[in-house]
Design a protein around this ligand. Sequence first.
Ligand code: NI
Ligand code: MN
Length: 232
Amino acid sequence: MEIQLTWLGHATWKIQAGDHTILLDPFLNDSPVAPVNADEVKADVILVSHGHFDHVADVASIANRCNAHVVAVYEIAQWFQANHDVKLATGMNLGGTFKLPLEGISASVKMTPAVHSSQLPDGSPGGVAAGFILTIESKKIYFACDTALFSDMQLIGRSGIDVAVLPIGDLFTMGIEDSILATGFIDPKQVLPTHYNTWPPIEADTTLWAEKIKTETGAHPVVLEPGETHIV
Ligand code: NI
Ligand code: MN
């Protein structure tokens, strides 16, 4: 099955598999780099990695308009149901796997650790920050989400990752140097950068990054502009 992976700027990704649309961390209306507004996207499932504004801002409006199923760590799933009238939400936790409610395809997410904080915009505690391994049919895509480098990425690599999506913007997450080490740990076939060039403090040189990936890892770098799609 062809999977279309589209970068919507910052840390927002759209994964299209057949008729089904999965969104990760929709942050569109207040993002200076998003190619679309929140009311222009559709979703069947919305994955939320942690509680920070630049990851949750447009989750509720899209979920409520599209009747999408929100998947997040337990505290965040509860927060959306209690405070934003989200009807369909599954709370899970690190290490767990959830079979996505998408008819006609086999798709699941495993929630992986992320080394990061997770307070929600109103100050509520958002539990722990997470990443996701998204498995669709035989393809595995690892979204590290907001995280520092951690050595257990080697264990994530053992599950056989086809595509890794890693933050490179530094300051709030790992930067370029650590993303090279992370790629070595995960050993994916392809790697894409995320969480950079949204604002000046997280500017990153993707030409330098891609060169380092090519020379220092066994992975193929794929750099997208916001709005561009990579076929997995
Ligand atoms: Ni964050
Ligand atoms: Mn962030």
